[in-house]
Design a protein around this ligand. Structure first.
Ligand code: SME
Length: 160
C-alpha cells in the first residue's frame, strides 16, 4: 500500500473522520506492534484533523508515560488523577475540555493549547493508555470526535 493519506478538502470533522478512520484502520490491520500502530495513528490524526498535538500516554508502573505523538514536545509523566489525561484514566471515560483554562488542574504542556479531548484505551477492563488531542482553537472537539475516537480506541486496545 502507499503510505499517503487521502483527505477531503473540507474541514468538516465528520467528513474528515469518514475519510481518515478507514485509512488508519488499514494501516493497523496487518500490524501487531504496539509502537508502530500508535505512531502511525498519532501521525494520521495529526495530519487528518489539523490539530496542535495528537498522541498517547501509556500506563506504566502505575503512572502515565508519554508515548508516540506528533506535535510540540510534551511532559513525559502524568499521575493518576492529574490533568485531563489523569482524570480520563481515573474516571475511565472520555473527557472533552472546551477551554483548558476552565479545567482545574489542566497540565499545560503547550501554552498554545486551548481545547482538548482525552479518550481512555481500555483492555480487559483496565485502562492501558489514553489518546490525547489538543487544539489551538477553543471548543474544537465534540461528540463527533468522541464517537470516532472511542471507536479507534477500541481497535487500538487490541494492540496492547
Ligand atoms: N493537557 C494534558 C497534558 C498532556 S499535553 O496536552 C500533551 C493534561 O492536562 O493531562
Amino acid at each position: 500500500m502507499t503510505e499517503t493519506l487521502v483527505l477531503p478538502e473540507t474541514s468538516d470533522r465528520a467528513t474528515r473522520y469518514h475519510a481518515l478512520i478507514p485509512q488508519i484502520q488499514a494501516l493497523l490491520q496487518d500490524e501487531d506492534d504496539l509502537i508502530a500502530s500508535l505512531a502511525n495513528t498519532a501521525a494520521g490524526l495529526f495530519q487528518g484533523l489539523n490539530v496542535l498535538w495528537a498522541g498517547f500516554y501509556l500506563v506504566k508502573h502505575g503512572g502515565l508515560v508519554l508515548g508516540p505523538f506528533q506535535g510540540p514536545i510534551a511532559c513525559t509523566r502524568i499521575k493518576l488523577g492529574d490533568g485531563v489525561c489523569g482524570q480520563s484514566w481515573a474516571q475511565r471515560k472520555t473527557i472533552i475540555v472546551d477551554d483548558v483554562d476552565d479545567f482545574p488542574g489542566h497540565i499545560a504542556c503547550s501554552a498554545a493549547s486551548k481545547s482538548e479531548i482525552v479518550v481512555p484505551i481500555i483492555k480487559q477492563n483496565r485502562v492501558v493508555g489514553v489518546l490525547d488531542i489538543d487544539s489551538i482553537q477553543p471548543k474544537n472537539f465534540s461528540d463527533i470526535d468522541r464517537v470516532a475516537l472511542e471507536d479507534l480506541s477500541r481497535i487500538l486496545s487490541t494492540k496492547f
